[in-house]
Design a protein around this ligand. Sequence first.
Ligand SMILES: Cc1cc2nc3c(=O)[nH]c(=O)nc-3n(C[C@H](O)[C@H](O)[C@H](O)COP(=O)(O)OP(=O)(O)OC[C@H]3O[C@@H](n4cnc5c(N)ncnc54)[C@H](O)[C@@H]3O)c2cc1C
Length: 301
Amino acid sequence: MVESVDILSKLRKLVGNRLRIDEPLSRHTSLRIGGPASYFLELRNIEQLTNVIEFSQRENLDFFILGEGTNVLFPDKGFSGLVIQLKGEFEKFSIEGNQVTAGAGVKLNNLVEKLGKKGLSGLEFASGIPGSVGGAIVTNAGTKMGWIGDVVREIKIFHEGKVKILKKEETNFSYRYCDLPDKAIVLEVKLGLKNGKKSDIMNEIKESLKQRKRNQPLSTRNAGCVFRNPEKYEAGKLIEVAGLKGTRFGNAEISKKHANFIINCGKARAEDVCNLIEKIRQTIKEKFDIDLELELKIVKG
Ligand SMILES: Cc1cc2nc3c(=O)[nH]c(=O)nc-3n(C[C@H](O)[C@H](O)[C@H](O)COP(=O)(O)OP(=O)(O)OC[C@H]3O[C@@H](n4cnc5c(N)ncnc54)[C@H](O)[C@@H]3O)c2cc1C
């Protein structure tokens, strides 16, 4: 990597005082964990994004696209590179008939509610899933009732210096996975919905939020489910049956309400969360001979 003083002055020239240095990532993640990002930028349109990505590639500067930070764990030492959030133009959406075009920075929950109020059905399953539309596409966010890939018509991405459109047929969605090209940045999506009865949709949204409140530790700092459900089992049930609820490392704890959630009870460190993850994996392997896989994205520094 080029000298960081050199990078800093060049980046400043490119983006001016919007650049944040040593920005604590704990401020940008739902777990409230993560050391500093060397550089942190909110980009507001495709032109800014193009310039910055070209710059980072030219200067060999690692970058990470952060949505709302509800499914990531950054290390305690932080991220030595550039963390980018998509704001401004990327936070807009429009509706035409039963198709919605939403920027990657749109908050999924807001979108679900706005569509419900317009009597557009198809995203009700996503009510209560925090995060951005971009994050939802990358993780194929969903529940037992459906996932976002079901309603995607096309995805606009930035890849290898160009804006490209991927049609639904060119993209494969599976459980918490979307096969986007490596390092692709989601810019915008088109979703196809159906006309429905406003009151039915809003009731479904309300019911699903109630159920989440009952089953998930929503008032805590967490990043949703830590592990993917293995075939035929629920990861949370396995962890519960293994007697691990309430187990702690430092200030990180396996939720007593939902065993697939790890919560930050105070000033938990990423290391504490990783220790808990290791403990869970080992215990589940020993007791049930099952290898749990992560749903949480652990970012390398
Ligand atoms: C209380 C709670 C409940 C949850 N319940 C659910 C649930 O029911 N179902 C479910 O699926 N998930 C759930 N989650 C997990 C999480 O909300 C989803 O995975 C969400 O879609 C992540 O979106 P995000 O914007 O926060 O992404 P982030 O956590 O910021 O990022 C996740 C990944 O997506 C990448 N990414 C984000 N935006 C872009 C972009 N524009 N272009 C390229 N890459 C990008 C990041 O680099 C990272 O690899 C829950 C989380 C919490 C805290």
